[in-house]
Structure formats: C-alpha cells, structure tokens
Ligand binder design. Sequence first.
Ligand code: PLP
Ligand code: ZN
Length: 420
Amino acid sequence: MFGTLASGRSTLTHLECSNCGATYPHDRLATTCPACGKVLLARYDLAAAKETMTPAALRERPWNLWRYTEILPVQDVAAAPSLGEGGTPLHEAPALARDFGFDRLLIKDEGLNPTGSFKARGLAMAVARAKELGARTVAIPSAGNAAAAMAAYAARAGLGAVVAMPADTPAVMTAECRAYGATVLLVDGLIDDCGKVVRAGAAAYGWFDASTLREPYRAEGKKTMGLELAEQLGWRLPAVIIYPTGGGTGIVGMWKAFAELEAMGLIGRERPKMVVVQAAGCAPIARAFAAGEDHAERWAGAVTVAPGIRVPAAIADYLILDAVRASGGTALTVTDDDLRQGMVLAAEREGLFVSPESGAAVIAARALRQSGVLRQDDETVVFSTGSGLMHTDLVDGASAAIDPNAPDLAAAIGAALPPR
Ligand SMILES: *Cc1c(COP(=O)(O)O)cnc(C)c1O
Ligand SMILES: [Zn+2]
C-alpha cells in the first residue's frame, strides 16, 4: 500500500553523535555513541526529502505517522509492524481556554494511539528498525507505557520481548505486557534500576536494548508528534508547547522535527516555547533548568503518581535543557494533587480522560497563565501523552447504588443526583 505513494522513500544517510559529532553508518544496530557514550541522532538528506515530501504529496497519504517516510529511518515502511499509530487529533479546548484565560488552547490527544500513549510512536519505529537490522529479541526498561507499546509491536513484528518494570507498576500494565507474550521482569527499584537490568540482560543474552535515547530511532517516532502538529496547524507552529517530561524523547524529538521542517522549507525560523512539566516529587530537569546547569543530577527518592514522569535521571538531559533554553521556554513542577486536578478538569470540561502525566501538563497551562509567564494570546498546545484508562485508581468519588425495585424509584434516583 505505502509503496505506491507519491514516491516517498527514506532519505536516512547516517547517524551522528549529538555530543561529539562522530558519524556512523545506519545499516547496523546502534545504541549510544561508541566514542563518548552519548545520544546518537538519525540524519537525512533533507534536500532530497524536500523534493517529494511536499504539502501536496502529503495530502494524498494516509493520516498516520508513516506519511513522513522521507524523514523516517525505516527503509521498508510496508513491512513495518503497524497498529494504527499516529494521526492523533488536535482538539480545541475552548472551555479550559476560557477557564484559564487563553484565547486559544489546544490538546493533542496522544491517548488514542495503540496501547494508549504516545510511546506507540517511538516503539513502532524502534521495533521496525530493530527488525530490519536483524534483532531477534527487544528489551526495555519502562514505567509501564513504553513496555506495553514495545510488547505490542514486538508481537506484531514476530520478535521476542523482555520488559523490566518497577515492582510497583500498576497490575493492569504488567498484565497487558504478558498478554502480548512479553517476559515481564519486576524490578525492586525505579526505572533507572530497570535500565541496569536490561543492559545486563542485553550483554548476556543478545537482546536489543530499546531504552529511551539509548538507541537512535525511538526519537524518530516521537518526532512525528511535531511533524503532525505543524501540518495540523497549516505548516506553522504554536506559540507554546507544554509537555510532561520524563526521559525527554518527546521534547528532543519534536525539537529535531522542527529543525528538519525548517531545513526543508516547510516552516520558518519561529519556534514554540518548549515547556517541560515535571512532578514536584521527581524534577531533575526542572531543578537543573532553575540552577542554570547543562546537565541534570539524578533525583533521589523519586515519588509521584504519574509513572511516565517518574524518571530520576535522563541520558538526554543536555538535549532537553538545550531545547527548552533555545526556545525561550521554561521548566516547572506541579504537585500530585495538582496533576490529579488537571485530570479532573480535562475530563469534566473537555470530555478527555487523560493520564496523570497529561493532567500535569493541563494544570501547568493554568499555572503559567495565572503567574503571567504565558499571555492570553499565546496559542498554547498541551500534550495529552496518554489515556487515563490505566489510572482509574486516581479518580475520586463513588457511584450511587440504585435498587430497580425500590417502591418509589423516582425518589431513589433523585436522592442519587447531585444537588441542583
Ligand atoms: C513516557 C511518558 C511521558 C514522558 O515522556 P518523555 O518523552 O519520555 O519525556 C509522559 N507521559 C506519558 C503518559 C508517558 O508514558
Ligand atoms: Zn559521541
């Protein structure tokens, strides 16, 4: 199906180290930079990509993330394991805009991706590439969403899957991974401890390690959030992007996407302010941002109900901080009570049942407006990175029991209704 499309072909040329600039071929499995241990990024022939990835050509392609073939690393898109990833809606949020004091507030609803979060984008790409390059088993440390996504795509691609998750990961998430046939390792520790387990297993058993930004292709999948956003706004960018940040592939990927779009002449030099939101109980990037540092120290004793942002240390800390500063953005923290309120507001005011991480981004929009950091006319896009359906334990309140045989059924119902 994709092979017949307006001659979209990957223009991937090589991998480049984001730190020391060393370059490497892309035709073999890669992890971090062999010279310095930092993050490798995929590079493309953007002059060639520009010839075929035009707005007109894109209009003819299916609305999913594979439409940006020219600047994706997968060589044979038709063979990639696909479950319908990407192509998520960009909703107007008029009620929240009014409540918070924005002229326009938008929510990009990543919860509609397969397995319920934007992690599907990165792992569709990483698993497709790993398979193309000969991996047999893929492995990942994850707080839950990345594990589910990797396990699903590994099943789809016919690869083995090993996931290492903190022992306190919600049972619904470990069960989902087992359903896809993954081996689930429960680790007594946090996500960086899970990373240690995966690296040891990869060394001993030949697994391919798909940890955030420890291989170059997950970021390429995540960058499609930025590509879609630009296309959905008619090839321009908003004034502000608010993103709940853990490992940082979302921020790093979108920032890379904008540079590529500019090089291809699809957008200009303008950039949104990139806003990192973290939990008050785990905020290494926000702390480093406030202190003016280039790297973020590990956060000791990380606690938050939002598992996707319970990330005490990020290998791409320097790339996240660069993007936030270069964009004129900021980094802030919200408490768990506040992020739960953000979940309630998105659900009650806009009909969007979002994940706790997304609740953090919603409430951050309000906080930044209240403090005057953002202006009323700052067109702001909040990323809802995942669905709330895995987190029903965070929803308060009780349902009313009704006896259908009550003598006065109307009165029984009336007693259950909220006061008017
Ligand atoms: C992983 C995750 C995040 C953090 O995203 P990064 O790109 O790793 O910073 C945010 N929200 C949800 C729902 C996640 O699963
Ligand atoms: Zn390097």
